[in-house]
Write a protein that binds this ligand. Structure first.
Ligand code: BG6
Ligand code: BG6
Ligand code: GLC
Ligand code: GLC
Length: 901
């Protein structure tokens, strides 16, 4: 009898052992997990394998950890862990360096977690509203950092579209959408307070930042909570999904998804599969489901059901509580004392014997041990990767304290699997909200005003379109800011133009004189020779007479060198300023822009002024064109579809072909005419005040034409460098940069040029360039300073590209409506140093245009040969027309150009 009992017990024991053995991992198993994790990490980082990688390695756009100089007052949201928190975080720097936090926890009811996206975000905003009331802060517009603990595909620090919900969330209409936008919209819907959402961060990233604030060596963030995930600082050159090779960026691994491609099926058990099947996201987050708090209790319950069913537990009796999903909370898993286990089982209504308690305790221990080992193996893969990146190896984690053996096993596993790495674990006492606030502070509170959402850009596009209409209509033109000047150019080159011309190109960064020969053998060919002449400051700021004398002298010199002194050549004059034209060669300067300010020219016909200066040099000024028009014509020479010309250089402007019937200022209704918009003046009536920053105002105050060309001053090459300089000065003064030191050079206007912005932005050598350039200004920037400066340059130039996209979008949508086609197919001719030299500028512009005007196919054609070829084309047409007039018996005097009369 006794032997029979003993045998039965032994057999039971074996069965239990066998069952649990499937959950015990050998060191070989763990080594394999580590190796496979490493493979997936690499696949996630690489462009060619990213889309199929189970570990997504999402860029976070956090480039550095805090350095202790951060300060300010921020709001933070912490959504996605066990608790939803709203916090206010006050950060002080300097000797009084400290972080103070006030927070309130709010519940998110299940029906909201799994309701509609709108309900969820409305609920969040309602909690924020309650918190602001509670803190008495409704009227202070604070920057907000948003810890959002779900996988987000970020395209910037404040842009992240939700890849997919994980854990217990499943609200509709959120996946694929930008969570920052959804939050903004909910704030707008409530219409009660305003916030600037500056950063969205994963909880792992927030945790890493929190810990790094205390310990600068910290470069990994681990969450072992409801979910399981890790982030770490990766070398930019390894992150193929983001452009740029310099420095580092924090990568949110989303390792919870590891195994979605079946690569860990060998260690998954049927219990894991059952838990997976009963979850909200079957098949997804397989690693998370083996390692994180939300699922461990469920794995235990599945094992207990199985053992009970087989008569090995609870006397074979499956009770209702045991059938209840979620009854085992993860926090029960590590209760060591048997008595406690028994008490818990009793609490759960599970009638257990002493043996049962032993078995349950064993099951819990096995499940949580496996979880810790798996996290350890994953972590070993990460620290190895970092070691290979030749960095220090320190990590922070948030391991729930109840699971104390969890962290011990985790550490042991890391040690065993990555013996060459010395990893220190720091518990984040303050959660991730502090980190989110720190990130918000690192980004600098001044710059968020420069990041324009698509919604804002769309709005600016609409405003600009209204301005186009106002400029064209005779009633509203006198007060319109965008002058919409008729150019008397009625078509783009048709290929029949020919002749030998001189072109003057004045008003861009260089003054050029060219000879353009357009011949017509079999094919139209253009030959050009050019020379650049100086235009010293005292001349462009002196008297008009001197300026035009200078132009005439240079022309004389050029003709002599070209040996054409005695030839009677026609001149096309690219004059890159706003001019009211009455015909092709009568052109009254409305106002100087950019660097020019010669006296006695505004209001005058520049053809008359130039003719006076040229005196008897035997040249005829046939046509005056704006540089945008010259550019459109140059590009139109190669692509007949070209009907827009834009310049993004020293200044900025655009022209396009408008229907004559819409141009009130010119008679006639048939056909089209090119309109020089002079969009640089957009905003001169206060229309852009909501997006202008204090830096834009400062630039304007220090300019030659205060209150004018306000749009141009936010975007064009003459001002970008200065904008960056002003931001650097302000940040340094506030202690955010250069340890608060500023040299007299940095304080000098114009010392930071737009070409510097371009070279600092270059991904490869940008940071070295930043060091050089700042060094030449007497600064000694740290590596972090250089990264910050690069970031600032990027934000300023991105804003420029985005704003141009908005105004260009306005023109394109007007062209589309003019044509009445559902889709617009067109070519934009484009020129200017900012567009040509600035890395990524063109791409950014093209992308934004496509987003803002999706119903268009736009070809951007860079004008390789400047605007002069186009000016020559216009001249050729003018010449031909005149030749006809000449030949006709009696051209009416009114039809004759000025010089003929
Ligand atoms: C908190 C962090 O401390 O831990 C959250 O502030 C994070 O951002 C959470 O999501 C993770 O743990 P749990 O157990 O709440 O999921
Ligand atoms: C040149 C054109 O290529 O670009 C000029 O020939 C134009 O007419 C100029 O003004 C604009 O760019 P930037 O950078 O020189 O002002
Ligand atoms: C889930 C989320 C991840 C988060 C983790 C910890 O894995 O997908 O973004 O970091 O849970 O909360
Ligand atoms: C300024 C001028 C404009 C010119 C542009 C680009 O905005 O006013 O005429 O086209 O600069 O050079």
């Amino acid at each position: 009898m006794v032997t029979a009992v003993a045998q039965r017990l032994a057999a039971q024991r074996r069965e239990i052992n066998d069952t649990l053995a499937r959950l015990s991992l050998s060191s070989e198993n763990l080594q394999q997990v580590k190796d496979k994790m490493r493979v997936e990490l690499e696949r996630g980082l690489r462009k060619d394998s990213h889309s199929t990688a189970s570990v997504k390695m999402l860029p976070s756009f956090v480039y550095r950890t805090p350095n202790g100089t951060e300060r300010g007052k921020y709001l933070a949201l912490d959504l996605g862990g066990t608790n939803f928190r709203v916090l206010v975080v006050k950060i002080r720097s300097g000797i009084r360096k400290s972080v103070r936090m006030y927070n309130k926890i709010y519940a998110i009811p299940l029906e909201i977690m799994q309701g509609t996206g709108e309900e969820l975000f409305d609920h969040i905003v309602q909690c924020i509203s309650d918190f602001l009331d509670y803190m008495g802060m409704k009227n202070t517009r604070l920057p907000l950092g948003f810890t959002f603990s779900f996988p987000c595909r970020q395209t910037g620090i404040d842009k992240g579209s939700l890849v997919s919900w994980t854990k217990g969330f499943k609200a509709t209409d959120c996946e694929g959408n930008d969570v920052v936008e959804m939050l903004r919209e909910a704030i707008k819907r409530r219409n009660e307070f305003d916030l600037d959402i500056v950063a969205v961060v994963n909880d792992t990233v927030g945790t890493m930042m929190t810990c790094a604030y205390e310990d600068p060596k910290c470069e990994i963030g681990l969450i072992a909570g409801t979910g399981s995930n890790v982030c770490y600082m990766e070398e930019m050159r390894n992150i193929e999904m983001v452009e740029g090779d310099e420095g580092q960026m924090c990568v949110n691994t989303e390792w919870g998804g590891f195994g979605e491609n079946d690569c860990i099926e060998d260690i998954r058990t049927r219990f894991d599969r059952e838990v997976d099947e009963g979850s909200l996201n079957n098949g997804k987050q397989r690693f998370e489901k083996m390692t994180s708090g939300m699922y461990l209790g469920e794995i235990v319950r599945q094992i207990l059901i199985d053992l009970t069913r087989r008569g090995l537990l609870f006397r074979g009796h499956i009770t209702e509580p045991l059938k209840t999903r979620g009854i085992f909370e993860t926090k029960f898993l590590d209760r060591l004392a048997l008595l406690q286990v028994r008490a818990i089982l009793q609490q759960l209504g599970l009638d257990s014997t002493c043996d049962d308690s032993i078995i349950v305790k064993e099951v819990c221990g096995t499940v949580s041990r496996r979880a810790a080992q798996l996290c350890g193996a994953g972590m070993a893969a990460i620290v190895d990767k970092i070691r290979e990146n030749l960095l220090k190896h320190n990590t922070s984690n948030t391991v729930p304290l109840e699971l104390c053996s969890f962290s011990r096993i985790l550490k042991d596993t890391v040690k065993a699997l990555a013996p060459q790495c010395d990893v220190e674990f720091v518990l984040s006492e303050d959660g991730s909200g502090k980190g989110a606030a720190l990130i918000t502070a690192v980004i600098d509170k001044y710059l968020y005003a420069m990041r324009l959402s698509d919604e804002t850009l769309m709005d600016i596009m609409k405003r600009f379109r209204r301005e186009l209409g106002n400029g064209l209509c005779s009633d509203t033109n006198p007060t319109a800011t965008v002058k919409m000047l008729p150019t008397f150019v009625r078509s783009i080159p048709d290929g029949s133009e020919k002749g030998d011309f001189i072109a003057l190109d004045l008003g861009g960064s260089a003054f050029r004189i060219l000879r353009v020969k357009v011949s017509h053998e079999k094919k139209q060919t253009v030959q050009m020779e050019s020379q650049i002449y100086d235009t010293p400051e005292d001349i462009i700021h002196g008297s008009g007479t001197r300026l035009f004398d200078h132009v005439a002298e240079c022309l004389g010199d050029f003709m002599e060198k070209q040996n054409i002194k005695d030839k009677k050549l026609s001149v096309g004059f690219t004059f890159s300023f706003p001019c009211a034209q009455t015909k092709l060669n009568e052109s009254y300067l409305l106002t100087w822009t950019k660097r020019f300010k010669a006296s006695g020219v505004e209001g005058m016909d520049i053809v008359t002024l130039l003719n006076k200066a040229i005196k008897k040099r035997g040249v005829d000024i046939m046509a005056v064109v704006n540089d945008t028009v010259g550019t459109m014509m140059t590009c139109g020479f190669d692509d007949q579809r070209c009907e827009v010309g834009i310049i993004i250089g020293t200044g900025t402007n655009a022209c396009y072909m408008e229907e004559l019937r819409h141009i009130d200022l010119v008679e006639g209704d048939e056909g089209r005419m090119c309109i020089n918009t002079e969009w640089g003046a957009f905003g001169d009536d206060g229309m852009l005040e909501d997006i202008r920053t204090e830096f834009d105002r400062e630039i304007d105050r220090g300019s030659l034409n205060p209150g004018k060309q306000l749009f141009e001053k936010m975007v064009s090459g003459m001002y970008i460098g200065e904008l960056v300089r002003l931001i650097l000065v302000k940040m340094a003064k506030e202690g955010f940069l250069f340890e608060g030191r500023i040299t007299p050079e940095l304080l000098t206007k114009g010392k930071f040029e737009t070409k510097h912005v371009s070279s600092i932005e270059k991904s490869k050598e940008g940071l070295t360039k930043a060091k050089d350039i700042l060094g030449r200004l007497g600064m000694e920037p740290s590596a972090d300073d250089c990264i910050a400066v690069q970031h600032i340059c990027t934000i300023v130039s991105h804003r420029s590209a985005n704003l141009i996209a908005a105004t260009l979008g306005g023109i394109l949508s007007r062209l589309k409506d003019n044509k009445g086609n559902p889709r617009l197919r067109t070519t934009v001719g484009i020129d200017g140093s900012l567009y040509k030299m600035h890395p990524q500028y063109a791409r950014r512009l093209h992308k934004t245009v496509r987003r803002l005007v999706p119903e268009s196919d736009v070809r951007f054609l860079l004008s390789e040969s400047g605007s002069s070829k186009g000016a020559a084309m216009v001249t050729a047409v003018a010449y031909r027309t005149l030749a006809c007039l000449w030949a006709s018996p009696s051209p009416s005097p009114a039809d004759r150009p000025a010089w003929m009369r």
